[in-house]
Unconditional design. Structure first.
Length: 391
């Protein structure tokens, strides 16, 4: 497969958003773009920005190729995980397709001593933090509760409860301040989570205590089937004003802009200037998860308009136009991506089944009669299968 192509993963023909007359219409979100920080256009042209250029001014051709490689391999991993779920190897998968620039740009802006609190779609950020991608799959296969030690990479476990990680991030950031450290925290969440009370509470506490935390909202415009305009009357980044800290909207499909803005926000946090809300305006190319069918609520025209803004394609265009990469580089990367896909497939299928009785451990510190009873009942249930096989 072509690693930077989204066409191979298009969903089935969309029915669009239906009007009362039964006709298919598209949302009015693709005709004009909102004002946002952009350093690299969809056509791959570098544009100047007086405020944020300095944060990427020293980037080398090698580092640019590295950002491109990160995005390509992350997309390849994501495509393989989606395929594995379709083959029954994973119970569920939350794809990041289309959001690679937001994740790689912001992830590469973090320092080793910064701490990251993800949701469950931050596969690109995990890649940047050095988490083995195969470890991300254990939870979705149902063989572990996370798969990695959060403190080894300063990357917390995936959080399924929507928005709750922003509270954890705020508390951790408040602790950093009390410890006198100069590191920062970044919390990831989506536009859907922005409607959760936990997020609002996090904004309140982080502002009052001047916590060194960056709230990074990936606004992919759909909270499952709910469009953003059904959740807010103002752009999400403007919510920060009501809490007393800055908010900025960045082109979430522009890896350079995401890198620059996140660096700026993290530096503010480390300097004791408090929280920042970054809204990465992007698009979810695929389904919310593999249990979702976006063709029931999204129009083809909308998706196709965003495919023209593909975050990986624009970097390739820039690399080619600037003579920073040749065909040999792209060919080697294609080979590397296929090798990654093979490794992921083999690793998932080799994962051992979990201990069926582990669910009864650590429920109570000192044990409990009811848990013991349930364990015995489950043991009898498991033994019944062995009796049937032996008959």
């Amino acid at each position: 497969m072509t690693v930077e192509s989204t066409a191979a993963r298009k969903p089935r023909r969309s029915a669009g958003t239906k009007s009362t007359a039964g006709k298919t219409t598209a949302r009015k979100t693709t005709s004009t773009d909102p004002e946002l920080v952009q350093l690299l256009t969809p056509e791959g042209k570098r544009v100047k920005n007086a405020e944020y250029d300095k944060y990427v001014a020293g980037i080398t051709p090698e580092e640019l190729r590295g950002l491109y490689r990160d995005m390509v391999l992350t997309r390849r991993f994501d495509a393989e995980a989606t395929s594995l779920q379709r083959q029954g190897e994973l119970g569920l998968w939350a794809s990041l397709l289309g959001q690679e620039a937001a994740q790689i740009g912001s992830g590469r802006a973090t320092r080793e001593d910064d701490y990251v609190f993800p949701t469950y779609r931050e596969h690109g950020v995990a890649w940047c933090r050095g988490v083995d991608p195969t470890n991300l799959l254990g939870m979705f296969r149902g063989v572990n509760n996370g798969g990695w030690d959060p403190n080894s990479n300063n990357f917390q476990l995936y959080t399924i409860v929507i928005g709750s990680q922003t509270l954890h991030a705020t508390g951790y950031a408040m602790g950093i301040t009390k410890d006198g450290a100069d590191s920062a925290v970044i919390a990831y969440f989506g536009d859907g989570a922005s409607s959760q009370g936990d997020v609002a509470e996090s904004f309140t506490f982080s502002a009052v205590y001047n916590a060194p935390v960056v709230f990074f909202c990936q606004n992919n415009q759909w909270a499952i089937s709910e469009p953003t305009e059904k959740q807010t009357r103002v752009p999400l980044y403007q919510r920060a004003q009501g809490y007393g800290f800055p908010g900025v909207r960045v082109d979430g499909n522009d890896v350079l802009a995401c890198l620059a803005v996140t660096k700026w926000a993290l530096e503010r946090a480390r300097a004791g200037e408090g929280p920042t809300l970054v809204e990465a305006y992007t698009y979810r190319m695929g389904a919310h998860t593999t249990s979702d069918d976006p063709t029931k609520y999204r129009a083809d025209e909308e998706r196709e308009a965003w495919e023209a803004k593909d975050p990986i394609l624009r970097v390739r265009r820039y690399l080619e136009a600037s003579n920073h990469a040749d065909e040999g580089f792209f060919a080697e990367l294609e080979t590397e991506s296929e090798a990654l896909g093979k490794r992921v497939r083999e690793a998932v299928r080799a994962m051992p089944d979990p201990d069926h009785f582990a669910i009864f451990e650590n429920v109570y510190a000192d044990g409990h009669a009811l848990v013991d009873e349930e364990r015995a009942q489950f043991a009898a249930y498991q033994a019944s299968f062995a009796d049937v096989e032996g008959a």
